[in-house]
Design a protein around this ligand. Structure first.
Ligand SMILES: NC(=O)c1ccc[n+]([C@@H]2O[C@H](COP(=O)([O-])OP(=O)(O)OC[C@H]3O[C@@H](n4cnc5c(N)ncnc54)[C@H](OP(=O)(O)O)[C@@H]3O)[C@@H](O)[C@H]2O)c1
Length: 281
């Protein structure tokens, strides 16, 4: 387990913060000025932060494209989304999907480049280029010192948290460049800027996400923006894995989503991005 001091250090970084990536400020604003209805692609929507975010976005009338590996949980999200819809329009969520479905949900393992490529094809066919992509899918190693972490577990953390994002960027940035706009949010962590014992693979992956994001920000043309976001500390399966029973002391994903309203994305594009704090801080 992490030491109490390490936990407090992480909790101290519990505010929602963004990486000082060199945001092409005008880029994000194109998307944000477009109007209230946006198409938001979120990876890892079967539980935790991704699920809460998908529900909230749908409730606010945005079109949600989501993916995860668990079909059962995607189906349960489908049922909940139907009641979260702001209108009487049916929200048929599909893993296969018909063209008139409002939202699009697919079984995708972000570790697989070909799986992400299929997602990109389906998205283009059914929804067009997303306005916003939230690369949220993530995993953490079981608490262990690095020499006790099995090779396959280390690989899975890097393959999901880092290479999964790279797969998404590989297939979606060219589409966004073509449409000359788009915002990409890469889910980082307080442990993307600090260190803790027993979670070295996870820390390594999130530090890499920070570096990847800053570099890509320098590559994007005007019209596009990319940022790494540390969501704070939220009581999800992932937190239970590293904090144990004390994870119940932290905010739920349902209260967390309030911090992630698209208005936040407006602020992400402002020079004051580094002052963004979660409302409950
Ligand atoms: N919770 C926190 O306090 C906290 C703090 C800092 C950063 N974060 C970051 O926030 C993000 C969400 O975390 P969370 O706490 O909500 O985690 P979580 O409850 O464990 O949920 C993780 C989500 O990612 C999906 N996922 C995992 N591996 C995947 C893969 N290979 N392909 C597609 N989807 C995959 C899972 O779905 P399936 O298993 O169905 O695929 C699930 O929907 C992560 O990037 C995490 O590092 C969380």
């Amino acid at each position: 387990m992490c030491t109490k001091r390490e936990r407090q250090r992480e909790v101290g970084k519990g505010e929602m913060t963004t990486t000082p990536a060199t945001l092409p400020l005008s880029g994000g604003m194109n998307v944000l000025n477009k109007g209230a209805q946006r198409t938001v692609l979120i990876t890892g929507v079967s539980r935790g932060l991704g699920r809460a975010l998908a529900l909230e976005m749908a409730k606010r009338g945005h079109t949600v494209i989501g993916c995860a590996r668990s079909s059962e949980k995607l189906k349960s999200l489908q049922i909940e989304l139907s009641s979260a819809s702001p209108s009487s329009q049916p929200n048929s969520i599909s893993t296969s999907s018909s063209s008139d479905d409002r939202h699009l949900f697919m079984n995708v393992d972000v570790r697989s480049n070909s799986s992400v490529e299929e997602l990109a094809h389906a998205v283009m066919e059914k929804k067009g280029v997303p306005d916003i992509i939230v690369n949220n899918a993530g995993t953490i190693n079981r608490n262990n010192r690095i020499w006790e972490v099995p090779e396959e577990e280390f690989d899975s953390v890097i393959d999901t948290n880092l290479k999964g994002i790279a797969n998404m960027l590989r297939h979606f940035i060219p589409l966004m460049i073509e449409s000359k706009q788009g915002i990409i949010v890469n889910m980082s962590s307080g442990w993307g800027r600090s260190a803790a014992a027993q979670v070295a693979p996870y820390c390594a992956s999130k530090w890499a996400v920070e570096g990847l994001t800053r570099s890509v920000a320098k590559e994007l043309p005007s019209g596009l923006a990319i940022v790494a976001l540390s969501p704070g500390v939220v009581n999800t399966d992932m937190l239970v894995s590293c904090f144990g029973s004390s994870s119940s002391l932290y905010q739920t994903p349902e209260s967390w989503y309030l911090c992630f309203h698209p208005s936040l994305l407006v602020q992400l594009s402002s020079p004051f991005w580094h002052h963004i704090l979660a409302p409950n801080e």
